[in-house]
Design a protein around this ligand. Sequence first.
Ligand code: SF4
Length: 380
Amino acid sequence: MTEFALYIHYPFCLSRCPYCGFATEVEDEKQSSLFREALLKELDRRAGEAPWKNGRLHSIYLGGGTPSLMPPDYLTRLLDEVHRCFNWPAGIEVTLEANPGTQDQQRFSAFRQVGVNRLSIGAQSFHPAELERLGRSHTPAEIEGAVQTARQAGFENVSLDLIYGVPDQTVGSFSASIHRALGLGIDHLSAYSLTIEPGTPFEERMKEGTLPPPDPDLAAAHFTELRSLMRQAGFEHYELTNFAKPGCFSRHNYAYWRRIPYLGLGTGAHSFDGQRRSWSPRDTRQYLARLKAGEDPVAGEETLTPDDELKELVYLSLRTRDGLDIALAGRTFTLETLAELLDAGFLVQLKDRLHIPEERWLLLDEIVVRMLNQSRLRST
Ligand code: SF4
């Protein structure tokens, strides 16, 4: 029986943030209602296909977009269908992403009652000017309100997202946001460095010269502050962008990093069956048209070559504190080929694993490219 993680993408938001590169659009009642019906159809269809058929769930993640905009009755129906289609072990992690300003006690309580046991709240910053710069439609007070409402609704596992490296953000203002987040008694924090995604208004503004490009030195200073404050607060830095109180790490994200198969449903969602990756259209209209016509919602797929698999294994392993199993990597790398990186302190060996030292995690991409180049040089 295949064990897999289930990801469900809800592509609607109250407004569109100018930096966002996800498959999302502003909520429209008619479109979102059509989408919700199509999603149930897709679930039914994919549940009958190998390798998902009769599979066992590892975790469930409702992301987006803003899935907290889903009507609670619909979420009940959706999760009931998931129950019917797959083997759902008791107690698995079921996360729902929520945006501040979309919470109310009744809604959050309903989500909790239908089996959601973890909330991930998109705070991004507690600084009004930074929220405005990011085009967020909520206030710092609404973030606090969302966390309090989550607790009152019975959520014991609450995560917040923050963004750093925002133009005009100082180390002091980022540090103040981290303190505000910690002051709310959260269990988990994801912190992302701002990136300029292709096709976004931020990219346009950067090209016009009205938005400065991300400053890697500033992002590095923010990252150092982040690590220091989170460590002092007793959080474990278990992955490049993630910090958790002991025992509160995200099981679902671990599935991605460990290359456990995952099934993605909804607009733009990706699936991975262990060798083949496939994806649905990013455009909701195309997604709806395919399902309406009774067609396969999969818009594209690729089968990973051994080289792709190796790259992925190295990249995903080294972004976590577990690091890379030398025995697995040894097919391509030897400690000798990596001597330069080991000597320079970009990699360290602890027992049978290789790690990137935490303070150098921001250099992950460059280090992996150097590892792969060195292994290629060696084999030519
Ligand atoms: S709320 Fe999140 S998903 Fe929606 S547009 Fe903003 S960043 Fe993107």
